[in-house]
Design a protein around this ligand. Structure first.
Ligand SMILES: Nc1ncnc2c1ncn2[C@@H]1O[C@H](COP(=O)(O)OP(=O)(O)O)[C@@H](O)[C@H]1O
Ligand SMILES: [Mg+2]
Length: 480
């Protein structure tokens, strides 16, 4: 409003000056009267017009600038003051006041508001337990909070200008995918001894995106570090205890195996001597018990050897067919006794000789066929062998063995629990058939060591099929 009035006055003044000038210049009698003063008065009037116009233009430009500043001030005030000053701000329309005075008040309010905001942020920063500081790219400190001062037991004035103490000694990692922030851990000596700090360092940029400062926040992680050390020690101790247990098992089972072999061997010799029926029955019982015991001990020995990583695979040529025949021969007497049929089905493309560890293959087969015979009351236990197509051009081939039985089978819940140590599908089977529950775990580990996999399909009441693959060196195809 005041502005419009000012414009009218300026234009009226300019108008009357121009009118006076034109009267002097255009009317001859006025010019004659003035005589030689005519030039001086005209020039003075032109000078006045120019002066008034330039003053007016200068005023307008300054006003525009001041207005922009006022708008900025308003924006800053409402941003920084969390809206708390809204009543003040609304009253600042300054209608009817001189605009410049209004703007000056606005700026003054902005300064007060910024002071309040600054004080509240400073309070928050000062009350932190974390060390907070800012430093220049040359590591000179330009701000430290109270926690920083207390940590080093130094005055703020002593610390400012000194180098930042938390310069990274370990690898810096990105902080929360933020490209401007990094984190690292550091063991640092403070006034109260050594402390572990985790630093988060953030780059502070200027408007041209250059780094002008760094902000660092150090959090005390000593308790966590100590807990990690304790945990690591406990883990080492547990691993050592586990190793000791494995070694103990290996030694004990090895030591037990020798006398049992003696018992079985002498029972066999005894059964070849002259015995009456009762004595023969007792000797057979001794032999069978010895055999079961030997199985158990062998399972435990193998398991502890695998656990201790002490199994090394052989790489010798062998015949998979012969291996299967040996396993069938091993179970034949037991199968005949329980009225089971043992069967083999070997695909013609399987090579006569392959390269690998026949002893471990036999062990897997004995475990799986042993289970099949144990859990099948009537029907057939069969070993199938096929060769799988292999994609790469290497000389290695994959053999797939399947042990199919018509036994008790297992439910899907029972199947889901298999292949873990000490797990037996049904608690009652432990009492009925004995066993350690280690066999399938041993089979799984051995097949994996031989580059294969083991799996099972089972139907309650219908039977189970345990299948496994092993990777072997390709041999010669002697017979079809
Ligand atoms: N062919 C099978 N038919 C039915 N159940 C089986 C068969 N093979 C294994 N199982 C189940 O899996 C369990 C674990 O087998 P295994 O690891 O060899 O231990 P173990 O023979 O010492 O019991 C057995 O106790 C049995 O319950
Ligand atoms: Mg078994």
């Amino acid at each position: 409003m005041g502005n419009l009035r000012k414009s009218w006055m300026v234009w009226a003044l300019v108008g009357s000056l121009v009118a006076a000038l034109s009267a002097i210049v255009l009317q001859d009698d006025v010019r004659e009267k003035l005589g030689s003063n005519y030039y001086i008065i005209s020039l003075a009037i032109i000078g006045c017009v120019l002066l008034v116009l330039s003053g007016y233009l200068w005023d307008v430009t300054i006003l525009q600038r001041v207005r922009a500043l006022g708008n900025q001030a308003k924006a800053v005030q409402s941003e920084d003051d969390y809206g708390a000053l809204s009543a003040d701000t609304v009253a600042s329309e300054d209608i009817g006041h001189d605009e410049i005075i209004g703007l000056a008040r606005q700026i003054e309010r902005m300064a007060r508001s910024l002071q309040r905001v600054e004080a509240s942020y400073r309070g928050i920063v000062e009350d932190q337990f974390d060390l907070i500081c800012r430093y220049r790219p040359d590591f000179t400190l330009i701000f430290v909070n109270g926690a920083y001062c207390r940590f080093f037991a130094r005055k703020r004035t002593e610390l400012l200008g000194q180098p930042f103490s938390g310069q990274a000694t370990s690898e810096r990692l990105p902080w929360k995918d933020d490209p401007a922030a990094q984190t690292y851990e550091q063991e640092i000596k403070g006034a109260n001894g050594t402390t572990w700090l985790q630093w988060i360092v953030r780059e502070i940029h200027d408007e041209n995106h250059g780094v002008v400062e760094y902000q660092a926040v150090g959090h005390d992680i000593t308790a966590r570090k100590m807990a990690e050390v304790v945990l690591l020690r406990a883990k080492d101790a547990a691993e050592a205890a586990n190793r000791a247990k494995g070694e103990f098992f290996a030694i004990v089972s090895h030591e037990i195996r020798n006398p049992i072999s003696g018992v079985i061997g002498f029972a066999e010799i005894l059964s070849d001597t002259k015995l009456d029926a009762e004595q023969r029955e007792y000797v057979t019982l001794i032999r069978n018990s010895g055999d079961s015991l030997l199985f158990l001990i062998n399972d435990i020995l193998d398991f502890s050897k695998i656990e201790a990583g002490k199994i090394e695979l052989e790489n010798e040529p062998y015949s998979p067919r012969t291996c299967i025949q040996e396993v069938i021969a091993f179970f034949a007497p037991k199968a005949t006794l329980s009225g089971l049929t043992l069967d083999t089905l070997i695909s013609p493309e399987v090579p006569e000789t392959v390269v690998g560890d026949v002893y471990r293959l036999r062990q897997i087969l004995i475990n799986l066929v042993g289970n099949a015979v144990k859990f099948t009351r009537a029907g057939t236990v069969a070993i199938h062998l096929t060769q799988l197509p292999i994609s790469d051009n290497s000389a290695a081939i994959d053999l797939k063995f399947s042990i199919v039985d018509t036994g008790s089978g297992m439910s899907s819940e029972q199947v889901a629990r298999l292949f873990r140590p000490y797990v037996q599908a049904e608690a009652s089977t432990t009492r009925k058939f004995g066993g350690t529950g280690l066999g399938l775990d041993i089979c799984k580990r051995l097949t994996e060591m031989m580059g294969g996999k083991i799996s099972v399909e089972s139907d309650v009441g219908k039977g189970s099929t345990f299948s496994f693959t092993i990777r072997v060196g390709g041999g010669r195809q002697l017979s079809a």
